[in-house]
Design a protein around this ligand. Sequence first.
Ligand code: PEP
Ligand code: MN
Length: 339
Amino acid sequence: MIVQMKKNSTKKEYDKLVEYLKAKHLEIKDASTDDVMVFGIIGDTSSIDPSDLYAFDGVKEVTRVSTPFKKASRSFKKKDTIVKIKNGIEIGGDQFVIMAGPCSVESEEQLRIIAKSVKKSGAHILRGGAYKPRTSPYAFQGLEVEGLKLLKKIGDETNLAIVTEIPSPDLIPLFEEYVDIIQVGARNMQNFHLLKALGKTNKPILLKRGLSATIEEWLMSAEYIMAGGNENVILCERGIRTYEKYTRNTLDISAVLAVKELSHLPVIVDPSHAAGRWDMIEKLSLASLAVGAHGLIVEVHHDPEHALSDGAQSLKLNKFSQMMTELEKVSEVLGKSMK
Ligand code: PEP
Ligand code: MN
Protein backbone atom coordinates (compact mmCIF):
# COMPACT_ATOMS: atom_id res chain seq x y z
CA MET A 1 0.00 0.00 0.00
CA ILE A 2 1.37 3.43 -0.89
CA VAL A 3 0.49 6.59 1.01
CA GLN A 4 1.05 10.02 -0.44
CA MET A 5 0.76 13.03 1.85
CA LYS A 6 -0.67 16.42 0.80
CA LYS A 7 1.76 19.13 -0.31
CA ASN A 8 1.10 21.24 2.80
CA SER A 9 1.12 18.31 5.26
CA THR A 10 3.52 18.43 8.18
CA LYS A 11 6.19 16.04 9.42
CA LYS A 12 4.11 15.72 12.60
CA GLU A 13 1.11 14.43 10.62
CA TYR A 14 3.36 12.04 8.71
CA ASP A 15 4.90 10.70 11.96
CA LYS A 16 1.49 10.22 13.59
CA LEU A 17 0.30 7.99 10.74
CA VAL A 18 3.58 6.06 10.59
CA GLU A 19 3.40 5.41 14.34
CA TYR A 20 -0.18 4.15 14.02
CA LEU A 21 0.85 1.70 11.29
CA LYS A 22 3.99 0.54 13.11
CA ALA A 23 1.83 -0.28 16.13
CA LYS A 24 0.03 -2.70 13.79
CA HIS A 25 3.39 -4.42 13.16
CA LEU A 26 3.71 -3.05 9.64
CA GLU A 27 6.99 -1.93 8.16
CA ILE A 28 7.26 1.52 6.62
CA LYS A 29 9.50 2.32 3.66
CA ASP A 30 9.92 6.00 3.12
CA ALA A 31 10.13 7.20 -0.48
CA SER A 32 9.78 10.96 0.09
CA THR A 33 11.38 13.52 -2.17
CA ASP A 34 12.06 17.23 -1.54
CA ASP A 35 8.60 17.94 -2.94
CA VAL A 36 6.35 15.31 -1.46
CA MET A 37 6.14 12.90 1.47
CA VAL A 38 5.39 9.36 0.32
CA PHE A 39 5.80 5.97 1.97
CA GLY A 40 5.06 2.34 1.30
CA ILE A 41 3.49 -0.01 3.85
CA ILE A 42 5.19 -3.40 3.75
CA GLY A 43 3.74 -6.60 5.17
CA ASP A 44 0.29 -8.05 5.54
CA THR A 45 -1.99 -5.08 4.85
CA SER A 46 -5.15 -7.22 4.63
CA SER A 47 -6.37 -5.89 7.99
CA ILE A 48 -6.18 -2.28 6.77
CA ASP A 49 -8.95 -0.56 4.88
CA PRO A 50 -7.27 2.12 2.74
CA SER A 51 -10.24 4.45 3.19
CA ASP A 52 -9.68 4.47 6.98
CA LEU A 53 -6.31 6.16 6.48
CA TYR A 54 -8.02 9.26 5.07
CA ALA A 55 -9.17 9.96 8.62
CA PHE A 56 -5.61 11.10 9.34
CA ASP A 57 -4.75 14.73 8.63
CA GLY A 58 -2.43 15.32 5.69
CA VAL A 59 -3.26 12.17 3.72
CA LYS A 60 -3.73 12.85 0.00
CA GLU A 61 -3.93 9.41 -1.55
CA VAL A 62 -3.79 5.77 -0.46
CA THR A 63 -3.23 3.15 -3.16
CA ARG A 64 -3.43 -0.59 -2.72
CA VAL A 65 -0.81 -2.51 -4.64
CA SER A 66 -1.70 -5.95 -3.28
CA THR A 67 -5.13 -7.57 -3.03
CA PRO A 68 -7.20 -7.20 0.16
CA PHE A 69 -7.79 -10.95 0.17
CA LYS A 70 -4.90 -13.13 1.23
CA LYS A 71 -5.60 -16.87 1.48
CA ALA A 72 -7.69 -16.74 -1.69
CA SER A 73 -5.02 -14.89 -3.65
CA ARG A 74 -2.75 -16.26 -6.34
CA SER A 75 0.24 -14.53 -4.72
CA PHE A 76 -0.37 -16.44 -1.48
CA LYS A 77 -0.62 -19.80 -3.28
CA LYS A 78 0.70 -20.18 -6.84
CA LYS A 79 -0.60 -23.69 -7.52
CA ASP A 80 -4.26 -24.19 -8.48
CA THR A 81 -6.43 -25.53 -5.68
CA ILE A 82 -8.13 -28.79 -6.50
CA VAL A 83 -11.25 -29.51 -4.48
CA LYS A 84 -11.88 -33.22 -4.09
CA ILE A 85 -15.45 -34.45 -4.09
CA LYS A 86 -16.45 -38.10 -3.73
CA ASN A 87 -16.32 -40.65 -6.63
CA GLY A 88 -12.88 -39.33 -7.67
CA ILE A 89 -14.33 -36.01 -8.86
CA GLU A 90 -11.80 -33.19 -8.72
CA ILE A 91 -12.75 -29.57 -9.36
CA GLY A 92 -9.92 -27.22 -10.33
CA GLY A 93 -7.78 -29.50 -12.49
CA ASP A 94 -8.18 -30.88 -15.99
CA GLN A 95 -11.60 -32.40 -15.36
CA PHE A 96 -14.58 -30.37 -16.65
CA VAL A 97 -17.14 -31.15 -13.97
CA ILE A 98 -20.87 -31.03 -14.71
CA MET A 99 -23.43 -30.39 -11.99
CA ALA A 100 -26.97 -30.80 -13.32
CA GLY A 101 -30.49 -31.15 -12.02
CA PRO A 102 -33.69 -29.26 -11.34
CA CYS A 103 -33.86 -25.77 -9.89
CA SER A 104 -36.00 -27.15 -7.04
CA VAL A 105 -36.47 -30.63 -5.65
CA GLU A 106 -40.22 -31.11 -6.22
CA SER A 107 -40.86 -34.79 -5.53
CA GLU A 108 -39.08 -38.15 -5.32
CA GLU A 109 -40.31 -39.14 -8.75
CA GLN A 110 -39.25 -35.87 -10.37
CA LEU A 111 -35.77 -36.03 -8.85
CA ARG A 112 -35.29 -39.70 -9.80
CA ILE A 113 -36.27 -39.16 -13.45
CA ILE A 114 -33.93 -36.19 -13.81
CA ALA A 115 -31.03 -37.71 -11.84
CA LYS A 116 -31.06 -40.97 -13.81
CA SER A 117 -31.14 -39.10 -17.08
CA VAL A 118 -28.37 -36.57 -16.34
CA LYS A 119 -26.21 -39.38 -14.97
CA LYS A 120 -26.68 -41.31 -18.20
CA SER A 121 -25.72 -38.20 -20.17
CA GLY A 122 -22.47 -37.93 -18.19
CA ALA A 123 -23.16 -35.45 -15.35
CA HIS A 124 -21.00 -35.91 -12.24
CA ILE A 125 -23.02 -34.12 -9.60
CA LEU A 126 -26.77 -33.72 -8.96
CA ARG A 127 -28.05 -30.23 -8.16
CA GLY A 128 -31.45 -29.35 -6.73
CA GLY A 129 -32.73 -26.75 -4.31
CA ALA A 130 -34.34 -27.95 -1.10
CA TYR A 131 -34.41 -24.48 0.47
CA LYS A 132 -35.35 -21.95 -2.18
CA PRO A 133 -34.51 -18.26 -1.71
CA ARG A 134 -37.28 -16.75 -3.89
CA THR A 135 -37.87 -13.12 -4.69
CA SER A 136 -41.53 -13.52 -3.70
CA PRO A 137 -42.54 -14.98 -0.32
CA TYR A 138 -45.58 -16.48 -2.11
CA ALA A 139 -43.47 -18.52 -4.58
CA PHE A 140 -42.55 -22.17 -3.91
CA GLN A 141 -40.09 -22.17 -1.00
CA GLY A 142 -38.77 -25.73 -1.36
CA LEU A 143 -39.34 -29.06 0.38
CA GLU A 144 -36.70 -28.18 3.00
CA VAL A 145 -35.48 -31.16 5.12
CA GLU A 146 -37.61 -33.52 3.05
CA GLY A 147 -35.82 -32.24 -0.04
CA LEU A 148 -32.41 -32.86 1.53
CA LYS A 149 -33.40 -36.43 2.34
CA LEU A 150 -34.58 -36.98 -1.23
CA LEU A 151 -31.32 -35.61 -2.61
CA LYS A 152 -29.36 -38.02 -0.42
CA LYS A 153 -31.56 -40.94 -1.38
CA ILE A 154 -31.49 -40.32 -5.13
CA GLY A 155 -27.79 -39.36 -5.02
CA ASP A 156 -27.02 -42.74 -3.43
CA GLU A 157 -29.26 -44.56 -5.90
CA THR A 158 -27.61 -42.99 -8.96
CA ASN A 159 -24.12 -42.68 -7.47
CA LEU A 160 -24.11 -38.91 -7.99
CA ALA A 161 -22.62 -36.44 -5.52
CA ILE A 162 -25.03 -33.75 -4.29
CA VAL A 163 -24.88 -29.95 -4.32
CA THR A 164 -27.62 -27.83 -2.75
CA GLU A 165 -28.06 -24.38 -1.27
CA ILE A 166 -27.89 -23.59 2.45
CA PRO A 167 -29.99 -20.66 3.69
CA SER A 168 -28.67 -20.25 7.25
CA PRO A 169 -25.90 -21.39 9.63
CA ASP A 170 -28.18 -23.38 11.95
CA LEU A 171 -28.65 -25.94 9.14
CA ILE A 172 -24.93 -26.77 8.77
CA PRO A 173 -25.09 -30.06 10.78
CA LEU A 174 -27.96 -31.26 8.58
CA PHE A 175 -26.13 -30.33 5.39
CA GLU A 176 -22.96 -32.05 6.64
CA GLU A 177 -25.00 -35.21 6.96
CA TYR A 178 -26.84 -35.08 3.61
CA VAL A 179 -24.80 -33.22 0.98
CA ASP A 180 -21.36 -33.32 -0.67
CA ILE A 181 -21.08 -29.65 -1.67
CA ILE A 182 -22.78 -26.81 0.21
CA GLN A 183 -23.94 -24.03 -2.09
CA VAL A 184 -24.03 -20.38 -0.98
CA GLY A 185 -26.58 -18.60 -3.15
CA ALA A 186 -26.01 -15.28 -4.88
CA ARG A 187 -28.30 -13.53 -2.41
CA ASN A 188 -26.25 -14.82 0.51
CA MET A 189 -22.78 -14.10 -0.88
CA GLN A 190 -22.31 -11.34 1.67
CA ASN A 191 -24.07 -13.07 4.56
CA PHE A 192 -20.89 -12.89 6.59
CA HIS A 193 -22.41 -14.70 9.55
CA LEU A 194 -23.13 -17.67 7.26
CA LEU A 195 -19.70 -17.48 5.58
CA LYS A 196 -17.93 -17.49 8.96
CA ALA A 197 -19.90 -20.52 10.08
CA LEU A 198 -19.03 -22.34 6.83
CA GLY A 199 -15.37 -21.69 7.56
CA LYS A 200 -15.73 -24.16 10.42
CA THR A 201 -16.92 -27.10 8.33
CA ASN A 202 -14.68 -29.05 5.98
CA LYS A 203 -17.34 -29.68 3.33
CA PRO A 204 -16.59 -28.10 -0.06
CA ILE A 205 -18.43 -24.79 -0.55
CA LEU A 206 -19.82 -23.57 -3.88
CA LEU A 207 -19.79 -19.80 -3.56
CA LYS A 208 -22.00 -18.05 -6.07
CA ARG A 209 -21.19 -14.51 -7.13
CA GLY A 210 -23.63 -11.94 -5.72
CA LEU A 211 -26.10 -10.25 -8.05
CA SER A 212 -24.16 -6.99 -8.00
CA ALA A 213 -20.88 -8.10 -6.51
CA THR A 214 -17.53 -7.01 -7.89
CA ILE A 215 -14.89 -9.70 -8.40
CA GLU A 216 -13.02 -8.31 -5.40
CA GLU A 217 -16.10 -8.51 -3.14
CA TRP A 218 -16.70 -12.09 -4.32
CA LEU A 219 -13.13 -13.08 -3.49
CA MET A 220 -13.41 -11.34 -0.11
CA SER A 221 -16.38 -13.60 0.61
CA ALA A 222 -14.22 -16.62 -0.27
CA GLU A 223 -11.62 -15.19 2.09
CA TYR A 224 -14.20 -15.18 4.93
CA ILE A 225 -14.71 -18.92 4.51
CA MET A 226 -10.99 -19.62 4.15
CA ALA A 227 -10.06 -17.41 7.10
CA GLY A 228 -12.21 -19.69 9.25
CA GLY A 229 -10.16 -22.71 8.16
CA ASN A 230 -12.13 -24.16 5.22
CA GLU A 231 -10.03 -23.89 2.08
CA ASN A 232 -12.34 -26.03 -0.09
CA VAL A 233 -14.01 -23.16 -1.89
CA ILE A 234 -15.30 -23.34 -5.48
CA LEU A 235 -16.36 -20.06 -7.08
CA CYS A 236 -19.38 -19.83 -9.36
CA GLU A 237 -20.05 -17.05 -11.88
CA ARG A 238 -23.86 -16.93 -12.35
CA GLY A 239 -24.36 -13.65 -14.15
CA ILE A 240 -24.55 -10.18 -12.73
CA ARG A 241 -27.20 -7.49 -12.78
CA THR A 242 -26.63 -4.87 -15.44
CA TYR A 243 -28.89 -2.41 -17.31
CA GLU A 244 -29.52 -5.12 -19.92
CA LYS A 245 -32.98 -6.64 -19.72
CA TYR A 246 -32.92 -8.99 -22.72
CA THR A 247 -31.40 -11.78 -20.62
CA ARG A 248 -32.13 -12.44 -16.93
CA ASN A 249 -28.59 -11.42 -15.96
CA THR A 250 -25.37 -10.72 -17.85
CA LEU A 251 -22.93 -13.60 -17.91
CA ASP A 252 -19.56 -12.10 -17.04
CA ILE A 253 -17.41 -14.58 -18.93
CA SER A 254 -14.27 -12.50 -18.41
CA ALA A 255 -14.73 -12.95 -14.65
CA VAL A 256 -13.53 -16.54 -15.12
CA LEU A 257 -10.24 -15.26 -16.50
CA ALA A 258 -9.99 -12.54 -13.87
CA VAL A 259 -10.59 -14.95 -11.02
CA LYS A 260 -8.05 -17.44 -12.37
CA GLU A 261 -5.48 -14.65 -12.49
CA LEU A 262 -6.27 -13.29 -9.03
CA SER A 263 -6.93 -16.56 -7.23
CA HIS A 264 -5.91 -20.22 -7.11
CA LEU A 265 -9.49 -21.32 -6.38
CA PRO A 266 -11.51 -23.29 -8.95
CA VAL A 267 -14.26 -21.44 -10.82
CA ILE A 268 -17.33 -22.83 -12.55
CA VAL A 269 -20.16 -21.17 -14.51
CA ASP A 270 -23.94 -21.28 -14.06
CA PRO A 271 -25.31 -20.38 -17.51
CA SER A 272 -28.92 -21.05 -16.40
CA HIS A 273 -29.30 -18.19 -13.91
CA ALA A 274 -27.10 -16.00 -16.12
CA ALA A 275 -29.23 -16.23 -19.27
CA GLY A 276 -32.61 -17.16 -17.81
CA ARG A 277 -33.42 -18.83 -21.16
CA TRP A 278 -32.93 -22.49 -22.04
CA ASP A 279 -32.13 -21.76 -25.68
CA MET A 280 -28.89 -19.97 -24.76
CA ILE A 281 -27.51 -22.58 -22.35
CA GLU A 282 -25.59 -24.79 -24.77
CA LYS A 283 -23.64 -21.98 -26.40
CA LEU A 284 -22.87 -20.29 -23.08
CA SER A 285 -21.70 -23.64 -21.70
CA LEU A 286 -19.35 -24.12 -24.65
CA ALA A 287 -18.05 -20.59 -24.12
CA SER A 288 -17.45 -21.36 -20.43
CA LEU A 289 -15.47 -24.47 -21.32
CA ALA A 290 -13.46 -22.56 -23.92
CA VAL A 291 -12.64 -19.71 -21.55
CA GLY A 292 -11.19 -22.12 -18.98
CA ALA A 293 -13.91 -22.66 -16.37
CA HIS A 294 -13.52 -25.85 -14.33
CA GLY A 295 -17.12 -26.91 -14.76
CA LEU A 296 -20.77 -25.96 -14.98
CA ILE A 297 -23.91 -26.02 -12.88
CA VAL A 298 -26.94 -26.35 -15.15
CA GLU A 299 -30.69 -26.55 -14.54
CA VAL A 300 -32.38 -29.54 -16.18
CA HIS A 301 -36.04 -30.63 -15.94
CA HIS A 302 -38.03 -33.45 -17.52
CA ASP A 303 -41.11 -31.20 -17.76
CA PRO A 304 -39.98 -27.55 -17.71
CA GLU A 305 -43.48 -26.25 -18.59
CA HIS A 306 -44.68 -27.49 -15.19
CA ALA A 307 -41.53 -26.88 -13.13
CA LEU A 308 -42.19 -25.20 -9.78
CA SER A 309 -39.30 -22.79 -10.39
CA ASP A 310 -37.11 -21.62 -13.27
CA GLY A 311 -38.75 -23.74 -16.00
CA ALA A 312 -37.90 -21.16 -18.67
CA GLN A 313 -34.18 -21.66 -18.15
CA SER A 314 -34.27 -25.43 -17.65
CA LEU A 315 -32.99 -27.73 -20.37
CA LYS A 316 -35.14 -30.71 -21.29
CA LEU A 317 -33.45 -34.09 -20.77
CA ASN A 318 -32.69 -34.64 -24.47
CA LYS A 319 -31.35 -31.10 -24.90
CA PHE A 320 -29.03 -31.64 -21.94
CA SER A 321 -27.81 -34.88 -23.46
CA GLN A 322 -27.15 -33.16 -26.80
CA MET A 323 -25.25 -30.40 -25.03
CA MET A 324 -23.08 -32.97 -23.24
CA THR A 325 -22.12 -34.50 -26.59
CA GLU A 326 -21.05 -31.07 -27.89
CA LEU A 327 -19.11 -30.32 -24.70
CA GLU A 328 -17.32 -33.68 -24.93
CA LYS A 329 -16.16 -32.94 -28.46
CA VAL A 330 -14.77 -29.54 -27.51
CA SER A 331 -13.26 -30.76 -24.22
CA GLU A 332 -11.26 -33.35 -26.14
CA VAL A 333 -9.78 -30.67 -28.37
CA LEU A 334 -8.91 -28.60 -25.29
CA GLY A 335 -7.32 -31.52 -23.45
CA LYS A 336 -9.97 -31.50 -20.70
CA SER A 337 -11.59 -34.63 -19.40
CA MET A 338 -15.32 -35.07 -18.88
CA LYS A 339 -15.06 -38.59 -17.49
C1 PEP B 1 -29.85 -21.77 -7.64
O1 PEP B 1 -28.77 -22.22 -8.05
O2 PEP B 1 -30.85 -22.47 -7.48
C2 PEP B 1 -29.98 -20.33 -7.35
C3 PEP B 1 -31.00 -19.85 -6.65
O3 PEP B 1 -29.00 -19.59 -7.87
P1 PEP B 1 -28.51 -18.10 -7.50
O4 PEP B 1 -28.23 -18.08 -6.02
O5 PEP B 1 -27.28 -17.96 -8.34
O6 PEP B 1 -29.60 -17.16 -7.90
MN1 MN C 1 -33.03 -21.76 -10.25
